[in-house]
Structure formats: C-alpha cells, structure tokens
Ligand binder design. Sequence first.
Ligand code: C2E
Ligand code: CA
Ligand code: CA
Ligand code: CA
Length: 286
Amino acid sequence: TELEAMLKKQTLPDGAAKIHTHTRASAQAKIAMTDVELQNAILNQEFILYYQPQIDIKSGAVKGVEGLVRWQHPKHGIVFPDDFIPRMEQIGLIDPLGWIVLMRGLTDLKQLMEKGGSNLRLSLNVSVSSLHDLRFPDKMAALIRESGVKSNQVILEITESGLIKELARTLDVLTRLRLKGVQLSIDDFGTGYSMMQQLNHIPATELKIDKSFVQNMSETDRDRVMVAKTIEIGHELGMKVVAEGVETATQLEFLRLNGCDIAQGYYVSKPLPLPEFLDWVEKYRA
Ligand code: C2E
Ligand code: CA
Ligand code: CA
Ligand code: CA
C-alpha cells in the first residue's frame, strides 16, 4: 500500500537507538522509549483515537468530535500525544502518523454518524510540517472521497504558532484544501506568536480559543476580555468560534452570553475511546 511505501522511505537519523526519557508532568510518569519503538508503532499501527464531543452552545446538540491520538504501547499502555508527537516530528515520522490518524478517524466517523447524526463533523490535529507538501491536499481529498464521507465534514486543526514558517507555501496548501471543501480551524488561538496580521489571510473557517484563556476567565478581567474579543474577531472574519477546555457551568454560561458557537471540554465529556464515546452520545441524545 501507499502507506507501507511511505514508511519504507523513512530512515532513522543517527543515534536512533538512543533511549529518550519523556516526563509527563501531569501524570508524574516517566516513559522511556526508543526511536525504533516509535518506528515499529507506525509499522504496527499501534495508534487509536479518543473522541471528545463539541456541542452547539445554543441548542446543546453534538456538532462534532475532536479525535485525539493515543499510542497503545505494548508495555506502557496508553501514551499521550505530548509524550511522543514532538519526537515523531524530529525524526520524520509525523507524516505517516498523520495518515494513520486520518484513516482511523474516517473509519470511526461512519460509526459515529450512526449514533450521532449524519452531519457530524470530525476534527483532527495536523502538524504544520505536513502542510509544507503541495501534494497534501490531493492526497487528503482522495482519502476522504474513498471513505465516502463529505469533505466539509472534515476539519483540520492547525496551531497558529506553527504557521509562520514557510507561510506562503502553507497558505497555498490551505487554500487548496479549502477549494476541496475541507474545513480549517486555528487551534490554540491567542497563544504564541500573534497572528493578528496574518489572520485575515488564512482561509480558516473556525477559531479555537485556547483553554488557558477559558480557564482563567473566572480569575482575571483580562482573560474575560480576551475571550469576548476573540469571539467578536472570529465572527467579524466569518468564522465559527469554539472554546476548548470548558470545565464549569459558569464558563459555559459566560461563553453563551458572549455568543460563542461551540464548546468542548471536561464539563461536557472528557475524550473517550470509540466504544465508550458511542455509549456516551447515545445517552446524551436520549
Ligand atoms: P489540543 O489539540 O489543544 O487538544 C486539547 C487537549 O486538551 C487534549 O489533550 C485534551 O484531552 C485536553 N482537554 C480537553 N478538554 C479539556 C478540559 O476541559 N480541561 C483540560 N485541562 N484539558 C482538556 P491531549 O489529548 O493530551 O492532546 C494534547 C495535544 O496533542 C493536542 O492539543 C494536540 O496538539 C496534540 N495532538 C493530539 N492528537 C494529535 C494528532 O492526531 N496529531 C497531531 N499532530 N497532534 C495531535
Ligand atoms: Ca486540537
Ligand atoms: Ca487546542
Ligand atoms: Ca494544545
């Protein structure tokens, strides 16, 4: 298959057998992994997606899901993306991971649509380096077409901080994706390098307010202003606005009063493996 051909071309850099120790602050867990393990994980497709719902704030309806990758490590169990994505970017494994994630997401989406409705949207995270390849839009469109899903049901989330490098070519790729119907979301908006000047050149359909602003809203006026203004800016540029990291009823109410469109966060549900998510959505809709 094309995926296998792509993997064969990957060669590991010097020192690949070295053990990298990743510390996950939140879990206080230390995971040691080698680059060879990462490469095998790609070959054996040891990745699954957890799904977190995105709800329409006005109606409460489930609009879509964000697929978040997890590595099912043969020894360590579930490994979170922050513990392996950065290394995969460094050693050139992020593109094949992206295709595995896309194919898994498109397959799962069909089951999700049976329980969650035929218009359910699937949001996936894409590393910006994958967007430097001018063939990316064609490949993506072909895989979406083969899956039978409508291209406008797929939303690619990209982080604004990564967009600066190779901006011209990235904008070209993003425009081609939009022409094929794929939707684009600017993730972690408000963090990192300010994209204010570029914002109106990016053909995005959605803006995602970073969870750090949502979570500090109750403490500081500054964060409340940031959130309210971001919603305004997004709407003025014709985008939907999503708030991530919504953990409380108070946060949801503030977002509703300020006209935010979509909410995602532990208050609605934490990310769940597919079977559990299917149960969740059935109960939620009942
Ligand atoms: P992100 O795209 O900003 O995803 C949001 C993160 O916040 C997720 O962490 C999610 O589990 C967590 N989260 C959701 N709701 C809440 C909440 O209410 N409160 C708090 N405190 N956290 C919440 P996760 O799953 O560990 O993913 C971390 C990051 O890894 C993602 O951040 C994304 O940048 C990256 N990532 C995930 N999946 C993929 C993928 O398939 N490809 C690539 N390239 N990156 C991915
Ligand atoms: Ca995201
Ligand atoms: Ca985010
Ligand atoms: Ca993030």
